[in-house]
Design a protein around this ligand. Structure first.
Ligand SMILES: Nc1nc2c(ncn2[C@@H]2O[C@H](COP(=O)(O)OP(=O)(O)OP(=O)(O)O)[C@@H](O)[C@H]2O)c(=O)[nH]1
Ligand SMILES: [Mg+2]
Length: 181
């Protein structure tokens, strides 16, 4: 009976915490994915970090930022069609002023994907002279549009880079990897 009373007290403390307290919203599967991504990142030549153009700060995975910032990285602010263009352009300018390559895009638009691929080519121009096989990783928190982006890259890159083979891996959710041959 005393055990039940204690359990009831704990439940009521969880339901209502007048002092606020710390809410841990970071789910376990995201922590596990972060660890797996961290391992894979060591191999990546370039990272495309996808964020939501409407919430470019809160859609970042804070945990991975130190590792991502140390890589050759493109910030892709996706779902630009849903964002306020004035505010979004201010964010793009902000990131660029911090010497961070940043592009806003709509993952369903060929025009956007071509612009992104142009930037990818530019950033890998020197690396590709030394190493014909490069690994590009697309990372981002759930629902930012990674799969949509990868699918579009697949569709467009085949015509843009004839002779190149692009393999996408989906083994580390929510990360997808492209190998450029
Ligand atoms: N309007 C709009 N919708 C988009 C865009 N990119 C993706 N979406 C939509 O956003 C939703 C989530 O896209 P996904 O590609 O599944 O996102 P994800 O990051 O792969 O999600 P997880 O696999 O769950 O981590 C889908 O309904 C997409 O169609 C975009 O640029 N604009
Ligand atoms: Mg996905």
């Amino acid at each position: 009976m005393r055990g039940l009373t204690r359990a009831g007290k704990r439940a009521s403390e969880m339901a209502f915490n007048a002092g606020g307290g710390t809410i841990n919203w970071f789910p376990g599967h995201m922590a596990a994915a972060s660890r797996a991504i961290r391992d894979r990142l060591k191999l990546a030549d370039l990272v495309i970090e996808v964020r939501d153009a409407r919430i470019p700060l809160s859609s970042a995975n804070e945990d991975l930022q130190p590792v991502l910032a140390a890589k050759r990285r493109i910030l892709a602010l996706n779902k630009k069609d849903l964002a306020n263009p004035n505010i979004m352009n201010m964010w793009v300018d902000h990131f660029q002023s911090c010497k961070q390559d940043c592009i806003s895009l709509n993952a369903h638009s060929s025009n956007s994907i071509n612009q992104l691929l142009g930037l990818v080519e530019l950033k890998l121009r020197e690396a590709i002279l030394k190493e014909p096989t490069l690994l590009v990783m697309v990372v981002g928190v759930p629902n930012v549009g990674k799969s949509a982006l990868i699918n579009s890259i697949h569709r467009i890159a085949n015509s843009r880079f004839p002779g190149m083979t692009i393999i996408t891996e989906t083994s580390v959710k929510p990360t997808l990897c492209c190998r450029y041959y």
